[in-house]
Design a protein around this ligand. Structure first.
Ligand code: EPU
Length: 434
């Protein structure tokens, strides 16, 4: 059981390199199951969620080879069955993409329901609606999902999503690549990683058009061959370092980013008095003045990302005046507020809204990472707090942040990992991030 010990007060200076996008990688790995042949994937984030998905594919018979620090070759040609290891599937939310890829490759799928939730209910009804519309019989029973295409192959369909869902858009897109005929997804999610996954599928011979708009059209092809793809930089990892500089002060060049993907995060930071300079593939963040208050509403892309909400809440704790955050994507994403309160934060969270009264300074305290982004928020709070903050349950953070401690240390943060002897595992700790 590791924990992070953060001593606050150091401003951050230097350069930090951003890795590949987690939420693209966790769809691209399951999508590789669709290919007969080798898929070469570059800029793979080195995070534990990726390791877990690769180990699921390996257990199913795939060959996985690391050919560079962030370059992997995945060959699923030898996978002959549509059954994934249930225990591992339950540990990761993104395992739901295996439903789409197994249906697309084998015409059937037997999977465990994707892992529990750590910020309220996380249904998959839109995924099921989509694949049902494509002619699959789907049964959810006893924690398992059984799906079977009526005549061994899915049929193209016109699907209007009741709710904008990143996961359902990508799952239907993956499954539809080898369906009979054309699938049209209306009211699709538009996140950059949807475009990235579509590009990966097209590199394997798929015909996906319109990804990144609210209408995605997929013309089914007979089968997919191996492909090659370089994953886009992680918008949320970059945004997290931007928030860290805003909180701790200093000046950091964040490299390997697509500045366009960071527009709304940069706009909010400018509003708060942070200086931002954009370059071709990097962004400079400088904070020398006290922070101003701001209101934030999270929305699907291109709105302000929900996955930046906890980190910005931590930053706004030190801004002058009262800030209001409205969570527009998830029903309940404020569990971490109680942890920030242990550090002296003045926050009232009720339903979708959190009201933050800015204070002079947070005070270090023992806190827990309730989930991936909440964990990042605790570290950010620790960086600017007086005294020492100990963050527990950091395995959540390591699911989605590549070498978080190492990268923060390189820009001057006083942070260390302490390993303590394991306690007996509770099922709650198996809950999910991402
Ligand atoms: N929803 C439904 N039915 C569904 C699917 C979603 O009602 O079948 C609702 C959800 O309850 C939520 C909203 O639709 O209110 C959006 O959910 P979405 O499906 O977009 O979320 P997701 O695909 O499960 C991904 C990311 C999350 C990120 C959301 C929103 C992965 C593995 N996870 O989740 O990332 O918050 O999109 O952008 O891609 C994270 O990285 O920390 C994280 C939680």
């Amino acid at each position: 059981m590791d924990k992070y010990v953060v001593r606050g007060g150091n401003p951050l200076f230097g350069e930090v390199e951003i890795g590949g996008a987690k939420n693209a990688a966790v769809a691209i790995i399951p999508a590789a199951l669709m290919a007969n042949g080798v898929c070469r994937i570059e800029n793979m984030p080195r995070i534990s969620d990726v390791d877990l998905l690769l180990s699921i594919l390996k257990q199913m018979g795939a060959k996985v080879r690391m050919v560079g620090k962030t370059i992997f070759e995945i060959d699923c040609t030898g996978v002959k069955h549509s059954k994934a290891p249930f225990d591992k599937m339950r540990r990761i939310r993104a395992s739901y993409y295996l439903i789409g890829s197994m249906l697309g490759r084998f015409g059937n799928a037997k999977t465990a329901m994707p892992g529990g939730c750590n910020f309220g209910v996380r249904p998959i009804d839109q995924h099921i609606r989509g694949i049902s519309a494509m002619g699959a019989g789907v049964e959810v029973k006893g924690g398992f999902v059984y799906a079977e295409a009526n005549h061994g192959r899915l049929d193209g369909a016109r699907i209007y999503m009741d709710k904008v869902s990143v996961g359902a858009t990508m799952n239907i897109m993956i499954a539809a690549t080898t369906a009979n005929g054309r699938t049209v997804i209306e009211n699709a999610a538009k996140e950059p990683h949807i475009v990235d996954v579509a590009n990966f599928l097209n590199s394997m011979g798929a015909d996906v058009r319109g990804a990144g708009t609210d209408t995605v059209k997929i013309n089914g092809v007979a089968d997919l061959h191996g492909g090659a793809h370089c994953i886009i930089p992680d918008q949320i990892e970059a945004g997290t370092y931007m928030a860290a500089v805003a909180a701790a002060g200093g000046e950091v060049l964040i490299k390997n980013v697509i500045p366009k993907h960071l527009d709304c995060i940069a706009a909010k930071l400018r509003e708060m008095g942070v200086e931002i300079k954009e370059y071709e593939d990097s962004i400079l963040v400088k904070r020398t003045r006290p922070l101003r208050r701001a209101n934030i509403k999270t929305l699907p892309y291109p709105g302000f990302p929900t996955d930046m909400q906890p980190q910005f809440c931590a930053v706004l704790c030190m801004a002058s005046g009262t800030s209001v955050i409205t969570e527009g994507v998830w029903d309940n994403r404020y569990r971490y507020v109680n942890e920030l309160k242990k550090m002296g934060a003045q926050i009232q969270a009720d339903g979708k809204t959190a009201v933050i009264e800015g204070i002079e300074s947070l005070t270090g305290a023992p806190v827990a990472a309730c989930d991936l982004r909440a964990g990042a928020a605790m570290v950010i709070a620790g960086l600017c707090a007086r005294g020492t903050t100990e963050v527990e349950d950091v395995s959540y953070i390591e699911r989605g942040y590549e070498d978080f401690v190492g990268k923060l240390k390189c820009i001057g943060a006083d942070i260390a990992v302490i390993t303590e002897p394991d306690e007996p595992k509770s099922t709650d700790k198996e809950a999910i991030a991402g």
